[in-house]
Write a protein that binds this ligand. Sequence first.
Ligand code: PLP
Length: 427
Amino acid sequence: MDHFLYRDGALFAEDVPVAEIAAAVGTPFYVYSTATLLRHFQAFDEALEEMDHLVCYAMKANSNQAVLRTLAQAGAGMDVVSEGEYRRARAAGVSGDKIVFSGVGKTDREIRVALEGGIRQFNVESEPEMEVLNAVALELGKVAPITIRVNPDVDAKTHEKIATGKSENKFGIPIARAREVYAMAAGLTGLKIVGIDVHIGSQLVDLAPFEQAYRKVAELTEQLRADGHTISRLDLGGGLGIPYERSNEAPPLPSQYGAMVQRVLGHLGCEIEIEPGRLIAGNAGLLVSEVIYVKSGEGRDFLILDAAMNDLIRPAMYEAYHEIVPVIEAAAGSEKQPYDIVGPVCETGDTFAKQRDMVPLVAGDLVAFRSAGAYGAVMASEYNSRPLIPEVMVHGDQFAVIRARPTFDEMINRDTIPEWLEAHSVP
Ligand SMILES: *Cc1c(COP(=O)(O)O)cnc(C)c1O
């Protein structure tokens, strides 16, 4: 459930009319709901309440400082994948002991920053990374807490670009080799083994692949303990999906996920960490856009919007579906008609939906893309020299711009001219 509902035919973000925000900040823009973010975080927190646990929000889904601060104040930890994310988490007030560092390509500089600033654990993904981590820790006179990310070789049954738990993916260490790699880690004095990590993919709409992976982790926990390792923490990754297409998708709820975790892993007495990103931020955000033109093509009508693939790349990149709804509901009895909904960018890939049934729309109407709070703004670019669009946060009847749209001059002046070009003027 989210807090984007119609009242008397007008779409609201909590208690603020979406059209009012559009008038204040201009389209396109992203808008996030505080209540929805908190509700999703709390759903996970409560789902795991029988076990010692920490929900570490995977901030790559949406790393705006206001989003991070909202979740951090509610008690969330953070899952980071770069120095930039680590710094963002710290800037939002998250202490190092609530930050886990994931990712296959941590550089020694990133490792240093996290070790010096404080870190809960590194989720190590390869032997070479383990050696670098050990060397940096020894040099700094620190001990790095680690889990090793194992690849359980299960099919997450999701889009191939966001599946990470099959043996052919670049992530983690094959689970069959885990005992050998843990033995290596135990011999490195700059490291302290604290647990096991697994993350099999994103937008999973079924619990079965999670359960398969977690059963393998349970078995591995007992083997590693028998080998003499201390396994006190299990990081179970993120990946629970959201209903992008509400009419025909019903992914499991956090409560069902939590019950499964308890059933499969509860007896081990480990502290549980999870790293949800999409399920916390996805349905907490809309992308709002204006219809620029309605163009009649050969046998089809196009809605040309002022938002484009550079603002929301998911449809172009993952063939993702987003519900697109009018901000002002059509009069009762309006017949729907199919539109191809596109942006202005010079690529055919700049298509949000094909033959989508919509109530009739005209130039100047506003539409909202639902489920755009995760992997939306963070993946945006300024392709076609379209300035990054603003982000807005709503809290009850208040709203605030949480990242402003850059001016055209700010965008242009980020480039610098080398001396040899400055000497000559353009004829
Ligand atoms: C992307 C990612 C997540 C979050 O995935 P969601 O599908 O957004 O929940 C969690 N952990 C790791 C290691 C990731 O790479």
